[in-house]
Design a protein around this ligand. Sequence first.
Ligand code: ZN
Length: 63
Amino acid sequence: METELTTISCPYCGEHFEVQIDPSAGNHQYIEDCYVCCQPIMIHVTVSYDGSVEGVWVAQENE
Ligand SMILES: [Zn+2]
């Protein structure tokens, strides 16, 4: 199982940090707490047909 490191930007405080994305899970979303402000970030992952990470975007958890 391979994971990809991707840099995201916190939707609350704007801080950039890296998260590990697991493309073998397919399209999915999960919650990860920001390292800086500790608020829950909803991370959306899309995976392309060849199994690589196609896109990652973030949203506030309550939206
Ligand atoms: Zn933050």
